[in-house]
Ligand binder design. Structure first.
Ligand code: NAD
Length: 499
């Protein structure tokens, strides 16, 4: 059995806790490797390696740090096929989607290549007699990122791309379900020229996470995962005086106005609802057609398309999506489908019976479609995170806007319409962090920032873009005076003001 390691101080390090987790091949259902689950000692080893190299790395000039980012980008591009295959084999998403996962992460690396400009401070000359004020952004020190299974390349890069470019040393605790890509990225970062200890990977579960949250030398923690854990990480991390950003789960609605092009909307919903088996925090999971006529026409179009979805091996270029990540996760989605039926929603397409010939033990699931889902249903309130699209019919625009606005999650939302007034009003009113207008998955590009509202994010600062630079630096403001000719002033006992 293949045994993975940690990546500490520039080297693979075997697990020391004696605890391991299984890594499955979701396509076959077999265990393909085991990953060490770190105890406090292994995390501390990484923190000490990071503390050791931080003075050197933080004083490398930003242009040289940017060159490491340029090298890393080239190396990842050269290794794209290997990374995508590795990713698909542990996650189950189709190869083209795995490439997209790596590519979206690389876009943050491209953004981070601009770090000399991004870290520039401000300067006021002559703020008073002989007085100038300037500010500078300085890295925090040792920082950590706890990442989920569903984007094992993109999400670590969201975090470490910016953190490392800013001069920090970053420890990644990836998902124990698919840690091979994060491990490989850490090797490539060293090859790109980052000194040992600048990017490390410590594998593990709750014990490793707690070791991060309680370590006094870790200054900031970035988390992406489910909301209950996000809240836990935020509470414990901030109680320990750390800076914490913790992104959580989602339930993303797509509002369909009666004037929308329904054929186009159907294409968008099929891709955004079922791509990556619905295991995306920006997947569309609820469609909200306005008016019965729009709803009936939409269901009529969606039904045959959901029935025709091609579920396949992650390596099959014709597959729309592959297996789910684990047997437990597949079971959780199955339970939600059963609950939906019991709650009285109408199961228009039932994907539960899907079997992948020759791969009976793989974690496959066909696409399901529910109609007449209502806000009091648990299956509406919860995140399902599987190939299940729910239709919640709204009688008018106001009712449609209220659904995502009052939902516990507020990650992404979309509106499909030809009406500019309605779209503009929607973008201003809806209580959700990321809005798409005729765009089903409005994931902002790397130079903007990513973050939801309500239970989709705890903390104030978003991921990547200028917000990422703010998260991974602190500002220092210097007020200096150089009096002319050594003029002395009397002691003053009142607060200095600018009259
Ligand atoms: P998860 O919450 O199970 O795991 C995320 C991380 O937390 C992993 O590294 C895991 O090891 C760790 N963890 C798990 N249980 C823990 C515990 N009890 N204590 C401490 N740490 C623990 O999430 P997941 O299943 O890997 O990912 C899917 C979830 O992530 C979905 O809810 C999805 O919406 C969310 N997600 C959100 C965003 C976003 O930006 N808002 C992006 C991607 C995924």
């Amino acid at each position: 059995m293949k045994e993975l390691t940690h990546f500490i101080a520039g080297k693979p390090v075997k697990g020391a806790s004696g605890r391991y987790g299984d890594i499955f091949n979701p396509a076959t259902g077999e265990v393909q490797a085991r990953v060490p689950l770190a105890a406090k000692g292994e995390m501390r080893q990484a923190v000490e390696a990071a503390l050791k190299v931080f003075p050197e790395w933080s004083s490398v000039n930003p242009q040289r740090r940017a060159r490491v980012m340029f090298n890393f980008k080239a190396l990842v591009e050269n290794n794209m096929d290997e990374l995508a295959r590795m990713l698909s084999s542990e996650h189950g998403k189709v190869l083209a989607d795995s490439r997209g996962d790596v590519q979206r992460g690389l876009e943050v690396i491209e953004f981070a290549c601009g770090i000399p400009h991004l870290m520039k401070g401000e300067y006021t000359e002559g703020a008073g007699p002989g007085i100038d004020i300037y500010s500078m952004r300085q890295p925090l020190g040792v920082v950590a990122g706890i990442t989920p299974f569903n984007f094992p390349a993109m999400i670590p890069m969201w975090m470490f791309g910016v953190a490392i470019a800013c001069g920090n040393c970053f420890i990644n605790k990836p998902s124990e379900k698919d840690p091979s890509v994060p491990l490989r990225l850490a090797e490539l970062m060293m090859e790109a020229g980052a000194p040992a200890g600048v990017l490390q990977v410590v594998n593990g579960d709750k014990e490793a996470v707690d070791a991060i949250l309680d370590d006094p030398d870790i200054q900031a923690v970035s988390f992406v995962g489910s909301s209950a854990i996000a809240h836990y990480v935020y509470s414990r991390g901030t109680a320990n005086n750390k800076r914490v950003q913790a992104m959580g789960g989602a339930k993303n609605h797509a509002i369909i106005m009666p004037d929308a092009d329904l054929d186009q909307v159907t294409n968008e919903l099929i891709g955004a609802g079922y791509g990556s088996a619905g295991e995306r925090c920006m997947a569309i999971s609820v469609a909200v057609p306005i008016g019965e006529k729009t709803a009936d026409a939409l269901v009529e179009r969606l039904k045959p398309r959901v029935e025709a979805l091609r579920v396949g091996l992650p390596t099959d270029p014709d597959a729309d999506y592959g297996p789910l990540v684990t047997k437990e996760h597949r079971q959780k989605v199955l339970n939600y489908i059963e609950m939906g039926v019991k709650e009285g929603a109408e199961l228009v397409v039932d994907g539960r019976g899907f079997k992948m010939q020759g791969y009976d033990n793989g974690f496959y699931l066909g696409g399901s479609l529910f109609d007449r889902v209502t806000p009091e249903m648990t299956t509406y309130k919860d995140e399902i995170f599987g190939p299940v699209l729910q239709i919640a019919r709204a009688k008018d625009y106001d009712e449609a806007v209220a659904l995502p606005s009052t939902h516990q999650y507020g990650n992404g939302v979309a509106i499909f319409t030809r009406d500019g007034d309605a779209a503009r009003d929607f973008a201003a009113k809806v209580q959700v962090g990321m809005v798409g207008i005729n765009i089903p998955i409005p994931v902002p590009l790397a130079y903007h920032t990513f973050g939801g509202w309500k239970r989709s994010a705890f903390g104030d600062i978003n991921q990547h873009g200028p917000e990422g630079v703010r998260f991974y630096t602190r500002i220092k403001t210097v007020t200096q005076r150089w009096p002319k000719g050594g003029v002395r002033e009397k002691a003053s006992f009142v607060i200095p003001t600018m009259k």
